[in-house]
Write a protein that binds this ligand. Structure first.
Ligand SMILES: *[C@@H]1O[C@H](CO)[C@@H](O)[C@H](O)[C@H]1NC(C)=O
Ligand SMILES: *[C@@H]1O[C@H](CO)[C@@H](O)[C@H](O)[C@H]1NC(C)=O
Ligand SMILES: *[C@@H]1O[C@H](CO)[C@@H](O)[C@H](O)[C@H]1NC(C)=O
Ligand SMILES: *[C@@H]1O[C@H](CO)[C@@H](O)[C@H](O)[C@H]1NC(C)=O
Ligand SMILES: *[C@@H]1O[C@H](CO)[C@@H](O)[C@H](O)[C@H]1NC(C)=O
Ligand SMILES: *[C@@H]1O[C@H](CO)[C@@H](O)[C@H](O)[C@H]1NC(C)=O
Ligand SMILES: *[C@@H]1O[C@H](CO)[C@@H](O)[C@H](O)[C@H]1NC(C)=O
Ligand SMILES: *[C@@H]1O[C@H](CO)[C@@H](O)[C@H](O)[C@H]1NC(C)=O
Ligand SMILES: *[C@@H]1O[C@H](CO)[C@@H](O)[C@H](O)[C@H]1NC(C)=O
Length: 570
């Protein structure tokens, strides 16, 4: 029998190199950062590095703040420009940007072509302004391998641009202190591999009055396509297939948990990011899967815990990832890290107060049902839900009372259906819900999200070496991370499909990728884009909104034939 191929392709056939005769301009659909175009700008190069055989060899550089665009930290906005070229055959890789021991951006790399690819992503890092205001270490971890027939080098350049503030463009609002929940390593990316759970002792300023956490999670290895993992109860109903086609268990549900002193403080039901080697690699070219160049992060309001955290003593923060299986464990592995954004009081007197109610189970409630028919068809449904409600009264040293309510109401369903001896594999997953915190009845953090994904994979020959897939997924999210970080509503739908053939003489594939994107933020910036690609060509590109710039004229690519070199398996 054939295995769950989604994962297998991602692992074994992820590196593809079509012979496209011109340099392909890859991109992820996203809004241009909402920065003041008419402000004075100062751009500096942070680093330049060719990542060839770079496993364990991160780029580590020293950063010094610019002084030509106003007092360091007084900027209206800060952005990063990551521009990369690569030629040849290579897997998609993770890029972890760590600054002052804080992860500030997680990306993955589009797979190169023999004629070469180039991509630029402009990342808004304004919320990390306090880090950019002082000198420190910047680390870019991009673990790449040059071996067997993997020869693609990622040639990278990273610039930072600082936008001077003025009366027209005031300094960006910011936290007083940013504290990493990270490995604190000084020679590599500061993300931790879980399991086991990652823990760190952190001491907060005693006059902290508001604390917001941001979580960076992504599945890797046997967890890369976690949404297609099979509930253990039904794992035995799938035959083992070839040695390469291992069936993966622990089910498809994942929640990223943040615990404070062992108590659940909040969780995230993550958006399923598909890297460019995922499912049908040829459908992510030149438009990557949504999120592949800027992985979504998740925000929690930890203000209810301030009365515990302001005693001047270290407290244990733990990040882990749990499944809906009986033992709640997952396979190897997820990469995680976190950031605390802390607001301190004008008074240096310690903050006091108390948690007035706490309602959070250690794990999500879940159920798994399914059936195996006589003809071998298998259907499995996993559902999960989460309700968290924590209230606290916070009394600042300067005498202000903050009545805080933090709540999470999250829902999850995953339906997998396998027909015709598993040659048809249909997956539907929907994570949705709302995260809301209020401070004295005023919303402080809002995250209302819906992440539906449908994957229809069809094997077109008995050996499973020829297949097609359609991925229809959306990222609908209203996110106000905190009162001092710009809020926005993003609606992106991406429908991508293609064919893929695995052959000892060279894999071949093709694909189309259609996107409808809209962005609106709390200060009124807007951006809309419809962009379609077919067989490596952009066939439609319409942009509008206050942030839109005239689309660059793209030279038509001429695609002689789509030959994909088979990548070596590890
Ligand atoms: C199912 O597929 C496997 C692998 O191709 C094959 O060995 C097996 O005979 C098939 N079973 C049926 C009932 O078609
Ligand atoms: C980003 O940086 C590259 C050089 O690395 C440059 O060519 C490009 O113009 C920059 N893009 C923007 C929007 O600043
Ligand atoms: C890819 O090839 C182009 C054209 O030959 C060259 O300009 C570029 O430097 C190459 N990039 C890498 C990463 O090798
Ligand atoms: C990096 O960390 C190691 C181990 O913690 C330590 O010995 C070393 O001094 C650190 N290097 C720098 C430059 O901080
Ligand atoms: C945190 O501190 C406690 C108390 O000192 C200690 O027992 C524990 O090992 C520490 N944990 C970590 C992850 O550093
Ligand atoms: C794709 O899969 C979904 C469920 O995952 C199913 O409802 C739908 O009918 C499938 N579409 C096709 C064309 O098979
Ligand atoms: C994308 O749009 C084109 C043009 O409408 C269409 O031919 C193609 O089938 C669409 N792709 C998918 C995967 O739906
Ligand atoms: C895409 O690949 C499939 C399967 O090989 C093929 O039938 C189809 O004609 C290809 N489409 C294009 C436009 O090349
Ligand atoms: C891409 O577009 C160009 C110009 O419109 C066309 O000549 C070429 O055939 C297209 N390639 C494919 C594979 O459709």
């Amino acid at each position: 029998m054939l295995g769950v191929l989604l994962l297998i392709f991602a692992l074994l056939f992820a590196a593809v190199s079509p012979q496209v005769s011109a340099v392909l301009v890859d991109f992820q659909v996203a809004q241009p950062p909402p920065v003041p175009q008419d402000a004075k700008q100062c751009t500096i190069q942070i680093l330049q590095r060719d990542f060839a055989f770079s496993f364990g060899l991160a780029e580590v550089v020293q950063y010094t703040p610019v002084t030509d665009c106003g007092t360091p930290g007084s900027w209206a906005a800060v952005t990063l420009n990551f521009t990369v070229t690569s030629n040849g055959t290579q897997f998609d890789r993770l890029a972890i940007f760590t600054f002052q021991n804080v992860e500030i951006w997680r990306s993955s790399t589009p797979e190169p072509t023999t004629a070469g690819i180039i991509w630029t992503y402009i990342k808004d890092v304004t919320r990390y302004t306090p880090l950019f205001a002082k000198p420190g270490t910047f680390i870019l971890q991009l673990d790449n391998l040059i071996q067997d027939n993997l020869n693609g080098v990622y040639s990278t350049t990273l610039h930072a641009t600082f936008y001077a503030s003025s009366s027209k463009h005031p300094p960006a609002e910011k936290a007083n202190t940013i504290i990493p929940l990270s490995t604190l390593a000084n020679n590599t990316g500061n993300d931790a591999s879980v399991p086991p759970p990652f823990s760190i002792n952190v001491t907060l300023p005693q006059n902290a009055i508001e604390v917001y956490a941001e979580l960076y999670p992504s599945g890797n290895g046997k967890e890369e396509t976690w949404y297609s993992n099979i509930a253990n109860e039904f794992l035995g109903d799938f035959s083992s297939g070839t040695p390469a086609q291992a069936f993966l268990g622990q089910g498809p549900f994942r929640e990223v948990r943040l615990l404070v002193d062992g108590q659940v403080a909040g969780v995230a039901f993550p958006y399923p990011v598909i890297f460019t080697g995922g499912i049908v690699p040829s459908q992510w070219r030149p438009i990557t899967s949504y999120g592949a160049l800027d992985l979504p992060t998740y925000f929690l309001d930890l203000t209810p815990f301030v009365p515990l955290l302001t005693d001047g003593k270290p407290h244990l923060f733990t990040i882990d990832v749990a499944s809906a299986e009986a033992d709640k464990t997952i396979l190897q592995n997820w990469f995680v890290s976190g950031v605390l954004q802390v607001i301190t009081d004008t008074s240096s007197k310690p903050t006091t107060g108390k948690i007035t109610s706490y309602s959070a189970e250690p794990f999500a409630e879940s159920s798994t049902t399914g059936s195996v028919r006589k003809n071998g068809d298998i259907s499995i449904t996993v559902t999960a839900s989460r309700k968290i409600h924590i209230t606290a009264d916070i009394l600042s040293g300067s005498g202000k009372i903050n009545r805080v309510v933090f709540s999470q109401n999250l829902e999850y369903i995953n339906q997998q259906a396998y027909f015709h001896n598993t040659s048809i594999q249909n997956t539907f997953q929907l994570s949705s819900g709302s995260v809301l915190s209020t401070h004295n009845n005023v919303p402080a953090l809002v995250d209302t999200f819906s992440y539906p994904i449908t994957i229809n994979l069809t094997l077109l020959n008995d050996a499973g070496t020829f297949f097609s897939a359609v991925v229809d997924h959306s990222y609908d999210r209203t996110l106000h991370p905190s009162p001092f970080i710009l809020g926005s509503t993003i609606k992106e739908r991406q429908v991508a499909g293609g064919f893929f053939t695995i052959s000892p003489t060279g894999n071949t594939g093709n694909g189309t990728n259609n996107n409808t994107f809209s962005y609106v933020d709390t200060v009124g910036n807007t951006f809309n884009r419809r962009v379609d690609a077919a067989f490596n060509n952009i066939t439609l590109d319409e942009q509008s909104g206050s942030l839109s710039r005239a689309p660059e004229k793209r030279l038509p690519e001429s695609v002689d034939s789509e030959i994909f070199a088979a990548a070596a398996s590890h």
